[in-house]
Ligand binder design. Sequence first.
Ligand code: FAD
Length: 475
Amino acid sequence: MARSSALPVPGLRRGWWLREALAAEGTPLPAPPLTEDLAADVAIIGGGYTGMWTAWFLTETVPGIRIVLLEADICGGGPSGRNGGFVHGWWEQTPFLARQFGEQAARDMAWAADEVVDGIGQWSADHGVDGWFHKSGYLTINAFPNEPNSWTGTVAEMERMGLGEQLQPMSADDVQQRCASPVYGEGLWMPSAASIQPARLARGMRRVLLERGVRIHEHSPVFRMEPGAPCKLVTDRATVTAEQVVLAVNAWATGWPGFRTRLLAWGSYMVMTEPIPERLAEIGWTGNELLSDSRFTISYYRTTDDGRIAFGAGVGAAGFDGRIGRVFEADGNAVARVSANFRRLLPMLADVRLVDAWGGPIDITAMRFPEIGSRHGGRVHYAHGFAGNGAGPARLAGRILAVLVAGTDDPLGRLAIVNHRQRFLPPEPFRYIGARLIREALIRGDNASDAGRRAPWWVRLVARVPTWLGYRLSH
Ligand SMILES: Cc1cc2nc3c(=O)[nH]c(=O)nc-3n(C[C@H](O)[C@H](O)[C@H](O)COP(=O)(O)OP(=O)(O)OC[C@H]3O[C@@H](n4cnc5c(N)ncnc54)[C@H](O)[C@@H]3O)c2cc1C
């Protein structure tokens, strides 16, 4: 069959998920730009999952609370409406968390994060949000022909902690039963994970919050925050004064004073195929399983309810000096890399057309783990740094932020992650130059492993630099 080589151009329009969700939504409830000065108990900046979950849990715990949510674009217009829809907690992070914070603290955090999967499923069912939720499990595949898998140590550690059922080794034969591809080796199965249509969840949350009386103003970017009593948020046309502020801006925090030194943004891009339900049936991929390879620049892919494959990879460029610009939305080179990974991991689908492409920023801290906490005397609260794994954990972040705002005595507010500040990253321009070099080295290293070759010495050297400097590159 002829291979379709034309690649969709990213950045010309909103991504497929959001277009589909907006079409399914019909006429949305209004959330007009902010045009008059307002006072509120809490002002939330950012209408992604983190901001919206925070609003939701606050309405649950503090009835009657006056919440204003300001979103620069539309709710779900950022990564919350563009992501892969892989929903899981922190099981694959648990051994790292145990080393970092001790075993009991790690267990507490991992179980708290585990709640997000069933929590999102149940919440969606309760509120009539058809977010294509499937508790279908997540399979990481070793697709390097000549290398041992990367998870043996993690599995042993999880078994020792009595958590072995959360990450189960899967034989190469069983992997083929889930999705048959000639390039797959053995796998690692996380049964608790679920897939969602990410933008349907985001837009459904928006509707539920508006119905609850949360004031949402879209197309209302906050240009300045003046922390104080009260705090003041300035948009181009009006201001909001609030007793407390929640900063839920994800990768945009790379440009905020106080955070920019501890975060950097990298691009992740996705492509979408035409509907191919019969081809999925041929390869046995009919259970909605989430799949990824085990590269550093991870390829992650899943099916959709209308029989397509959504396929992404963290192969975009690094951002410079906190700017979230076109490089995160319109990088044709990144799409070419994603599509090459698609053809490599699913060679039997080489003729399938890719009909859409989009990208977005993911924000990374030194330890590839989020920062959640409070500053300015407990008046400003924040959560960011999900490192491309926030679809589920943003719900936990929202629960924690609601506890911090309400000041309730809740074990969530005492999790070890809360107010744990991460290490500084090098200043610009060294951060940008370093990130670019290291990213290129890691991609080249992955490509060499794919081809069964050893990467050149300089690639191996550069790829090791972050570890020597004490930064965590992968799980
Ligand atoms: C391509 C891609 C694929 C991904 N795949 C997955 C996945 O499969 N699984 C997973 O767990 N995670 C994934 N992620 C990461 C996940 O999408 C994020 O971690 C998650 O959406 C974070 O939610 P959030 O609400 O914190 O941030 P966002 O969704 O980014 O929301 C932040 C919002 O703040 C707004 N904002 C920023 N600055 C301002 C301002 N000054 N004033 C007003 N509003 C402002 C932005 O417009 C944005 O809407 C992926 C990310 C990308 C880009």
